[in-house]
Structures are given as C-alpha cells and as structure tokens.
Unconditional design. Structure first.
Length: 126
C-alpha cells in the first residue's frame, strides 16, 4: 500500500445558520466546529492539530472562517468571538465544550479537550 502525504481537506461549512450550520450541530452525535478567528496568525498548525484529534475521537468536524461578514449573526446567536480561534463541541444544537486556540499552546488545549472527550466516551458524565 502506498501512503501519500496529502493535505487534509477542511470540511468547510458556511455561516448560513438554517441551511448549513444548524443541521451540522443539531445531530445527536458530537460535532466539533473550528471557528477560525480573524486575528489567527497560523491556522494551518491549528488545523493539523485538530486533524490528529479527529482521528483519535472520530468526531465529525466543520470549519468556519469568521472573517466572513455573513458570520456576524451566527457569532451573536452562539456567543462566538470572531477575532480568536475557538473549537466548540456541539450536540443536539447545544454547546457542550469550548476552548480557545490562540497562542502557542493550542496543541496543549487540543490535548486537554481530547482528554475530556475521551473520559466522557468511556463512561464519564455527559
């Protein structure tokens, strides 16, 4: 078997709340949405760290670029800061967990979130 180093395609969704966003977050399975902040310096590193987490937990993921002005309503409705990158876990239309991914410790933040989700998956509280 050949392994090719291909960039992981980002599962981008739009900020259209009713047609794109709500159907993604209103499922009974947990869904991770990465909100890329307008001031994020190196989004590729954050995306790589999240790809590793996705493989570990098999989470469905979506990516939203908050620089898009159409995201203003979504930002207000779900209390998402458009300037900083955040990873938010949704389930049944509700926020479950959220972390900021700013600064150089984003890998540590993703690892902490990964631990929390693994504990929940192995019988911890939901």
């Amino acid at each position: 078997m050949e392994e090719e180093a291909k960039p992981v395609a980002e599962p981008k969704i739009s900020c259209n709340i009713e047609q794109d966003f709500k159907p993604k977050i209103c499922r009974p399975e947990k869904t991770a949405i990465l909100f890329l902040g307008r001031e994020t310096k190196d989004p590729d590193n954050i995306l790589n760290a999240l790809t590793e987490m996705q493989e570990t937990l098999n989470l469905d993921m979506g990516v939203l670029d908050m620089a898009d002005d159409s995201c203003e309503e979504l930002s207000q409705r779900y209390s998402i800061d458009r300037d900083v990158s955040q990873l938010v876990i949704f389930k049944d239309c509700e926020k479950q967990t959220a972390i900021s991914l700013e600064g150089d410790d984003y890998k540590e933040q993703v690892a902490k979130l990964n631990e929390i989700l693994q504990r929940e998956a192995s019988g911890g509280r939901e």
